[in-house]
Design a protein around this ligand. Structure first.
Ligand code: GDP
Length: 188
């Protein structure tokens, strides 16, 4: 069973289950909500495609008695008012800095987008804090086979990493979901 625990902006409001935690993070519209629903096998646990970038809270869910799933607000949505956008970074930074139960961050990357400084900064920040990070390419069904290989290489090159370091997924085609399950199981 999957259940919503709470929404929070500050550490004192994070849930205190003591369970290991897995965080999902990515630019707005990267397919995060859809992927979370796939991973926990629930159609509508997290609302998809709605008011992108406006979620200002970290949403916590408990998956079985196994782990807590943290849905971090998507970053980089242009239409978010400046004041809200400014509030995001400290909140996310504080989460990564203080969340002792955090075992793995899934950083989601849209297959059609070449990652830039924001993504490189996030990866460097997580590495500097010794937080295990999985780089997850989303919406793989949006491109054809050849294009997919090319895009994965491009994305990998943007990080200076080998293509094999990336988990390629598609919520629509249910691709890569079992790999994510394996990754989560081995991290909790
Ligand atoms: P979020 O803002 O990162 O939570 O993104 P959403 O999960 O709301 O998805 C944004 C848009 O991309 C929606 O229109 C989804 O239907 C679409 N989408 C999400 N995942 C996939 C996928 O695997 N394949 C395709 N083709 N579209 C997807």
């Amino acid at each position: 069973m999957v259940k919503f625990l709470t929404s929070a902006t500050r550490p004192e409001h994070y849930p205190a289950t003591g369970l290991p935690e897995i965080a999902f993070y990515g630019k707005s519209n990267t397919g995060k909500s859809t992927l979370i629903n796939q991973v926990v096998r629930r159609k509508d646990l997290v609302k998809t495609g709605s008011r992108p970038g406006m979620t200002q809270l970290i949403n916590f869910f408990q998956v079985e008695e196994d782990y807590v799933l943290a849905d971090l607000p998507g970053y980089g949505y242009a239409k978010v008012p400046e004041a809200i956008r400014k509030g995001f970074k400290p909140m996310i930074d504080e989460y990564f800095l203080t969340r002792e139960t955090l075992k793995l961050v899934l950083l989601l990357l849209d297959v059609r987008r070449t990652p830039g400084d924001s993504e490189r900064e996030i990866v460097a920040m997580l590495a500097s804090r010794h937080i295990k990070t999985a780089l997850v390419i989303t919406k793989a069904d949006k491109v054809s086979g050849n294009e997919l290989v090319k895009q994965v290489k491009l994305i990998a090159a943007a990080f200076g990493l080998p293509a094999g370091d990336f988990v390629v997924t598609s919520s629509l085609a249910k691709k890569g979901i079992s790999e994510l399950h394996t990754l989560i199981r081995s991290s909790i």
